[in-house]
Write a protein that binds this ligand. Sequence first.
Ligand code: HEM
Length: 425
Amino acid sequence: MDIKLWTRWVALHAVPKVFMGIQARRGNPMGALIANHGRGNDPYPLMEEIRRRGPLLRTPFVWASADYAVCREVLRDRRFGVTPPTGVKMPRPLVRLLEWTDPLVANPVEPPAMVIVDPPDHTRYRQLVAQSFTPRAIEKLDTRVAEVTAELIESLSSTPQPDLIADFAARLPLVMIGEILGLPAQSHARLLEWGHHGSPLLDIGIPWRTYRRAVDGLRGIDSYLTDHFDHVRAGDTTVTPFSRMAAAHDLTDHELTANAALLIGAGFETTVNLIGNGIVLLQQHPDQLALLRDNPDLWPAAVEEILRIESPVQMTARTANCDVEIAGRRIRARDMVVVLLGGANRDPRVFAEPDRFDITRPNAREHLAFASGIHACLGAALARIEGATALRALFEAYPDLRLTETPRPRGLVSPVARPNLPLSM
Ligand code: HEM
């Protein structure tokens, strides 16, 4: 057994899981939210309970908020920074332990992936990677999304009993990220497997075997990307804005692979969830589907409402860099605030009747599903195009689409995707 890795799992997952379990038994809704996931529990009543107790809930370990105004403020307030594993308020020996056990693989949720880095490094990474998402680049991606979607719809017709996640929802984002990074099509199957194993790392309190498999997945991605960027730097590959940036040596090898892994991690799992959740919600609400049939211009609005009501990323966190007062509560330097995006998006003070799925909701686009502030999702424009194009094409090609099994949430804290959606027509 890899003792270093096991120790890291104990510190990052086993201890928090036990601690949150104890908190849950003591009636702490934040503890229950973390401890109960994976049992198919509905997170929203717990988020509501957290909001009912006030805009900011103090728990023994962290602050938590499901209040829209507070979540938005924390995300946009520059006195807060991101929370890497070693930045969590904990005894110094535990920090050293985490540093000693770092497997040093490209990990989308650890530095130097930009989502978990503060300025000035964050600014530098973001400006470079943003070259892949300029309005001109997005226009090209839009055309490719339409082409790839048409091919996928075509191949669904020849697949007996297709699984809508594996055969459709997962394919589109995978191809798109592969093309952004300039990866050859043959690598997609491997990326899918690694990504599938790696996605539980977005979660808290995962079992040891899941953690070990996830890190193995990251190691696979890491060594594959390192080889790939070696070829890119030797001038031996497809040219994309990302590969041009790689070839220019703007980032070190580790910065490059970590931020490429972030695009795979951030752009894949989330978009699969958006499409999967969209299929389920529209199946459950034929009246809303009828509105879309009568007026296809409503598809972008429908995507906003899907993102609001079933946010693919349910939570994130920030740490105070200094003492901060918010909503009348004093948050001390190095205190962590869990920002419940899924809860903020159902705050009745902002979204009337928040549990109602209504694609004509006038302010759905104000949701925080893509977060806000300096770390706001870099791929939001692409995700919106993928969601609207894929869902529209699917429901237009299969107006009588029926799911043959009841979809189940995946049970991760962060994403709430559904694993299999077998389809029948
Ligand atoms: C429905 C799909 C998506 C959702 C819901 C989503 C959500 C988010 C959220 C909530 C964050 C902020 C996390 C935080 O601040 O802690 C984020 C950041 C990010 N997302 Fe997305 N995302 C989606 C799709 C994509 C796609 C398609 C890409 C790229 C291919 C992408 C790339 C990124 C990147 C690079 C960041 C980090 C930005 C930064 O730190 O400055 N995302 N996303």
